[in-house]
Design a protein around this ligand. Structure first.
Ligand SMILES: [Zn+2]
Length: 198
């Protein structure tokens, strides 16, 4: 194969869920079988790279300063659901059971994998607390040791002088599984049945 083909294949192989064979198949499709698709894909990639960023308030995907959820006046800003990743937020939104806003940490604490507090999106959450707009915090983090450590760290850093109700969901979810793997009905009952975290 040519150097350009191999370079493209290498880049594709870095994508989640794409192995060597799939990368080869996609590269062949784009360059040989359906080259007419390539300009639109290049345009979409360039457009996304240019316009998609993190919401300055919650860490969700945004194309402006705030994501559509943070910018939506109908959402209850006093209620903040903390999730690990954007797909967790998407799963909770799909359940239709939640009308508050979110905070995306972009991971969970893990000493084994070298993930420390400064690697996660905690600082903007503490800024939201300092602004006094948060009245209830829902921790929708994994039901595993790392998720628990993240909950513990987060709550230990909150200002003691603010009355914030803290609850945890995930008790109805599969052990070790995150929000992402639960169906809408499970997520709705997990939200309804959230328990006070202490
Ligand atoms: Zn946002």
């Amino acid at each position: 194969m040519t150097p350009a083909f191999e370079h493209l294949q290498q880049q594709l192989k870095q994508l989640p869920g794409v192995g060597y064979r799939s990368a080869e198949r996609i590269a062949l499709s784009l360059l040989v079988e359906k080259p007419e698709r390539l300009p639109a894909l290049v345009k979409a990639l360039e457009g996304a790279a240019r316009s998609v960023r993190r919401c300055s308030r919650c860490g969700n995907l945004a194309e402006a300063e705030l994501c559509p959820l943070c910018a939506d006046e109908r959402r209850d800003r006093s209620l903040v659901c903390v999730v690990e990743q954007v797909p967790d937020l998407v799963a909770l939104e799909r359940s239709g059971a939640y009308r508050g806003v979110y905070h995306v940490l972009h991971g969970k604490l893990s000493p084994i994998h070298g993930v420390a507090p400064e690697d996660l999106n905690f600082s903007t959450l503490f800024t939201r607390f300092a602004a006094g707009e948060v009245k209830e915090l829902i921790l929708a983090l994994s039901n595993d040791v790392e998720g628990e450590a993240t909950c513990h760290y987060l709550t230990s850093q909150l200002p003691a002088d603010q009355a914030v109700a803290i609850s945890r969901i995930g008790f109805g979810l599969p052990s070790g599984g995150g929000v992402l793997y639960a169906d809408s009905v499970t997520l709705k009952s997990a939200l309804d049945g959230r328990r006070t975290y202490s």
